[in-house]
Design a protein around this ligand. Structure first.
Ligand SMILES: Nc1ncnc2c1ncn2[C@@H]1O[C@H](COP(=O)(O)OP(=O)(O)OP(=O)(O)O)[C@@H](O)[C@H]1O
Ligand SMILES: [Mg+2]
Length: 250
């Protein structure tokens, strides 16, 4: 079930909050969002500008609504995310849609959290990640979050089982425990019977199942999927429906 559908034809991801006087995460005041146990991800006024002259660039964007092309011409900066606010509750699926280059992947990478915003606040399970040091960020990323990357290939020299178990290595599980968990996920998500094969022996839909199984294996509280398309779109319709319901169940 897609509970929110956000579309943006603007040149950068831009979901504006309705009330601008206070920082709000998707309509929920920040203090409430941090205390709200049900809210797993909350963003308030998140901006990301790439380049050297980011302070001038953000000022111009805020004061004069400078768009992406003008920003590039005047400041040699790329505006990727523009004042985004939202909150996601436990069990909710948020789908971010937009034209190519509008900033979807950049926004998702903030939640991982692989990059820091130029401005704005991000809460993961109530914790302000802007206030975390690198060690804490790494811990949050490993313990809470899994991501299916847009272009992240499988490890070519590892078997399907090892690929699925990959994320569990970061959690210091023994090899047996990793394989056990990987096997259980492969039995649910597939591709069952292909555990000892290598990625070069698989085809498109199977690779996708392994990538999703790898993310699910760590049992994340937050699963980020950065895909050009719906994650199961490469699979044939019957398998797709099956996996979609298993995915939602999990
Ligand atoms: N590290 C970076 N340095 C400079 N510019 C960047 C960087 N990362 C992304 N951008 C720019 O930010 C903008 C948004 O890129 P992003 O990859 O987030 O778009 P997207 O919506 O995911 O596109 P697609 O649908 O093609 O995946 C683009 O103009 C891109 O060139
Ligand atoms: Mg992208």
């Amino acid at each position: 079930m897609y509970t929110s559908l956000l579309t943006s034809r603007a040149p950068s991801v831009s979901f504006r909050c309705t009330k601008s006087s206070k920082r709000r995460h998707g309509g929920i005041p920040m203090r409430e969002a941090s205390a709200h146990r049900d809210i797993v991800v909350a963003c308030a006024g998140v901006w990301k500008i790439f380049g050297q002259r980011v302070s001038e660039a953000i000022e111009a964007a805020k004061r004069h609504g400078v768009d992406k092309d003008e920003m590039l011409a005047r400041f040699h900066c790329v505006i990727a995310v523009r004042d985004v606010s939202f909150a996601i509750r436990r069990g909710e699926i948020l789908c971010i849609m937009g034209l190519s280059d509008c900033g979807k992947s950049t926004l998702v990478r903030h939640i991982n959290p692989l990059i820091a915003p130029t401005e704005g606040e991000i809460l993961i399970n109530g914790e302000d990640i802007g206030a975390c040091d690198t060690k804490r960020l790494r811990h949050i990323s490993a313990a809470e979050i899994a991501m299916v990357f847009q272009n992240f290939a499988l490890l070519p020299h590892s078997t399907v089982r090892d690929n699925v178990a990959f994320g569990l290595e970061l959690r210091n599980l023994s090899k047996m425990a990793r394989w056990d968990r990987a096997q259980r996920i492969i039995e649910q998500m597939g591709p069952k019977g292909w555990e000892d094969r290598f990625p070069s022996e698989l085809w498109g839909g199977m690779c996708q199942r392994v990538r999703i199984a790898r993310a699910m294996a760590v049992d994340p509280s937050i699963l980020l999927v950065d895909e050009v398309d719906e994650p199961f779109s490469v699979l044939d319709p019957l398998i797709r429906r099956d996996l979609q319901s298993q995915f939602l169940e999990m």
